[in-house]
Design a protein around this ligand. Sequence first.
Ligand SMILES: [Zn+2]
Length: 188
Amino acid sequence: MKTPTHILIGWGCAAAFGWDGALRRACVIGAVVPDVPVIALWSVIAAKVTWQNGGYVQSQVQAGMDALYFSHPLVIGLHNLLHSPLSLLGLAALALLAFCRSPVCRRLCLAFLGGAMTHALVDIASHVTDGPLLFWPLNESLRLAGPVSHWDPAFGGHWVTAVELSLAAGFGLYAVALRWRRSAAMAG
Ligand SMILES: [Zn+2]
């Protein structure tokens, strides 16, 4: 899914667990951070293609992304560290058993990794050919083909994008209305 959708799902899951303050922030950050490496990579490739051609050429950007996304070990590692369910479970075990000394640290780490897990599960369901590697770092090929793709028009990408945009817009309006009601109540 796209970043605003991941933010909403991370926020919603944190709210469902009754997490607020720092825990909710950690969960939302965890839901967003997994895509930072591919967004950075896409930006560099898109800028390079645009510079070389005097304009954006989608097919060249896609080819450049695919070449690295599916075969460059560093890109695969950076992407799947927070996208592979197995990797996330391993990181949770490391945080609980080795790194975190205090209960606060443990709770924040688990909220962050919980947010990243919502991201991974949603991506598994919304990618057909390019979803997360399920068992990275032990396996570098096994992916699940989701029922729809959030970006590929061949697998419903257009209507998934429309649903995502409507959800984000609906939530944005709801948040503005809530804030307006609160400030009106405080003023009254
Ligand atoms: Zn993702």
